[in-house]
Design a protein around this ligand. Sequence first.
Ligand SMILES: NC(=O)c1ccc[n+]([C@@H]2O[C@H](COP(=O)([O-])OP(=O)(O)OC[C@H]3O[C@@H](n4cnc5c(N)ncnc54)[C@H](O)[C@@H]3O)[C@@H](O)[C@H]2O)c1
Length: 251
Amino acid sequence: MGRLDNKTAIVTGGAMGQGAEIARAYVAEGARVVIADVAKEQGQSLADELGGAAHFAHHDVSDAGSWASVVDDANARFGPVDVLANNAGILRFGDIERMPAEEVELLWRVNQLGCFLGMQAVTRTMRKNGGGSIINASSVEGLAGMPSCTAYAATKWAIRGMTKCAAMELGPKGIRVNSVHPGMIDTPMTRVHGGDAAMEYGASKVPLRRVGTPGDIAPVYVFLASDESSYINGAEIAVDGGVTSTHAFGA
Ligand SMILES: NC(=O)c1ccc[n+]([C@@H]2O[C@H](COP(=O)([O-])OP(=O)(O)OC[C@H]3O[C@@H](n4cnc5c(N)ncnc54)[C@H](O)[C@@H]3O)[C@@H](O)[C@H]2O)c1
């Protein structure tokens, strides 16, 4: 018996990093998964690895027009969508004085608008099906501040806020909405910003003295997708090795 038997899930940003591990964990627990991502090669190769329980859909989360076809495809292929792991995201650092407006807007489109459109797209099918679970990827940057991270953090605080509003609005329809707040996780997103040296520096700042792995994150997504979390709604769950436990003077 899997913890997600008979559930259909969409995992955005499922081709790489945390999303790929979430997709693997969902299939291992008995779910059928649509991996929705802009990265065709990696997404298709993961779907091939996972077999008949997985399908890759080329999908840009910031494109309002393509959300309906992803949800329709998932419904037709695997049955009504029960779970949305709204995980896709991009990271750009930039000082306030220098960051181009286009980069700020791109972050907003993918991270914030993409998350909103995802919730909007699955609501009807979840409501008709009697409920569901939406898991939004925020960040420790949605819980606290970091220099040169204003534009990214804005989207992650927005996701935290949208999660609360959506939990209030969709709760009466049986749809739970929660946010996950990863700390520094070793994925392609963070690797490009300094490789091993960045990981070592990051680890030195964490009470557990290591950065996280996608394997630390995926079980939380499994729990929030499963009926084990049936009374958890509007929660924000930090998976950060304790890094947001400090007021910084203690670091
Ligand atoms: N890695 C970290 O340290 C960290 C920390 C906190 C929060 N997060 C958040 O966790 C989520 C997953 O991050 P990750 O570390 O796995 O990143 P990653 O870069 O390793 O993977 C992100 C995935 O999202 C996909 N993607 C990017 N833009 C997309 C779009 N417009 N439409 C669909 N898919 C798109 C990418 O192709 C990739 O497969 C993101 O929302 C990120 O902001 C990451």
